[in-house]
Write a protein that binds this ligand. Structure first.
Ligand SMILES: Cc1cc2nc3c(=O)[nH]c(=O)nc-3n(C[C@H](O)[C@H](O)[C@H](O)COP(=O)(O)O)c2cc1C
Length: 378
């Protein structure tokens, strides 16, 4: 019975991963200042995934402080080659793509000279104000994509029968736009949203049909240089603990843009390991053990922040180690090296970080150490 269940589980995992591998992977790459483009992007993504044959990944070309945009991951130029299609979205600026989108595309020269995007399907949607120059703007966007040799997916008249013609709409045969400053109705209007979903369905259909037919010559950074962090953890027999519950009104981590912020103490199985003050009953070795517990807690929370895939960590940016020590103690660096060395052991070059350490007269829940960490993730 046990053997039968195991075989069923293995077969299920095999089929599920096979289905995932067959799906088209489509990047919805946006710039948005005020969220209008992002609203359209979500409809495009819904359309992409509507038939269950493609997955959509919404990313932006630069980090934003806008509340609804700040948690959207920022795309790397190099990762563009790892998709089967790209839906580009930006505000219209003076009949063109936005400056941020234009700056991002200006960084794709290497991809261009390697023909890396040649043959990959692309489509364009834009958030407009009044709609002035909307076709011109999409067409000018197409200029850049044509130079890359991308296959341009247009909208044509698809969905036109269902468009509410009693109000101005952002429909164009080239791609969907939204007339954000005509707010006699909520924008994007229902019709603009419908057209965006249809556009998403169309790019998904083309991407699936063309999947694997173009060269994708330039490997992404991830493909070429990444060692599997989970394999490293296994090889070093490092087991990450269960994520500690917050002890107050805060979250285990906060992600803003591509940065994740985490703070942890030396809590293990609900108890503080080696509590107290260094030099007053606690030895350096004990505080080093506590430091290892604290950094493992940090890593466990980090794993949650990257949905279980630590390979999505791009950089350990900064560690701050706070130690409960007597006033005259000065060897904090030696204590903190336990945490720093572990990160470099696990993540290699990506694990190298800036660091601060200092002593405190007390630390919450009588931990001898607290670690604050900032990571950059995909
Ligand atoms: C510098 C600038 C130029 C603009 N030019 C146009 C334009 O040519 N046509 C138009 O319809 N809207 C234009 N707009 C309005 C934006 O396209 C519109 O506000 C858009 O919805 C913003 O998208 P977002 O909400 O994703 O930031 C312009 C806005 C700015 C700031």
């Amino acid at each position: 019975m046990k053997l039968y269940s195991t075989i069923c589980l293995v077969l299920t995992i095999f089929f599920v991963s096979n289905i995932q591998a067959q799906k088209a992977k489509i990047l919805v790459l946006i710039h948005s200042d005020n969220g209008g483009t992002y609203k359209l992007a979500k409809e495009i993504a819904t359309g992409i995934e509507a038939k269950g044959e493609a997955n959509a990944y919404i990313k932006q070309v630069k980090a934003s402080e806008h509340p609804i945009l700040k948690s959207i991951p920022v795309a790397e130029v190099e990762e563009l080659t790892s998709y089967d299609g790209i839906a580009f979205g930006s505000p219209i600026y003076f009949g063109n793509m936005s400056t941020a989108m234009s700056e991002f595309l200006a960084k794709t020269v290497n991809l261009w000279s390697n023909h890396a995007l040649e043959g990959m399907p692309a489509t364009v949607f834009m958030s407009a104000g009044s709609g002035a120059g909307k076709e011109l703007a999409i067409q000018s966007f197409w200029n850049s994509l044509s130079v890359h040799g991308m296959i341009l997916v247009s909208n044509g008249m698809r969905g036109y029968e269902s468009v509410d013609k009693t109000i101005p709409q952002g429909n164009t045969v080239l791609g969907t736009t939204s007339l954000a400053s005509l707010n006699n109705v909520e924008r994007p209007s229902q019709s603009e949203r419908l057209l965006a979903r249809l556009q998403g369905q169309k790019i998904a259909k083309v991407a699936l049909a063309l999947k694997g037919t173009f060269s994708q010559k330039r490997p992404s950074k991830k493909d070429s240089s990444q060692t599997d962090v989970h394999a490293v953890l296994k090889a070093k027999q490092i087991e990450l603990p269960k994520v500690p519950e917050p002890a107050g009104n805060y979250q285990p981590f906060v992600r803003t843009g591509n940065l994740v912020f985490i703070n942890q103490v030396a809590l293990k199985n609900g108890k503080i390991v080696h509590p107290g003050k260094l030099g007053k009953g606690l030895t350096e070795e004990q505080v080093q053990e506590a430091t290892r517990v604290a950094i493992l807690n940090v890593l466990s929370v980090l794993k949650d922040a990257v949905d279980g895939d630590l390979n999505r960590v791009k950089k350990c940016v900064q560690l701050t180690g706070i130690f409960n020590t007597k006033d005259d103690y000065t060897q904090h660096a030696a204590l903190m090296n336990v945490a720093s060395n572990l990160l470099v052991d696990i993540f290699g070059e990506k694990g190298r970080h800036a660091r601060a350490t200092y002593g405190a007269s007390s630390i919450p829940v009588n931990s001898s150490v607290e670690i604050q960490a900032v990571f950059e993730i995909e």
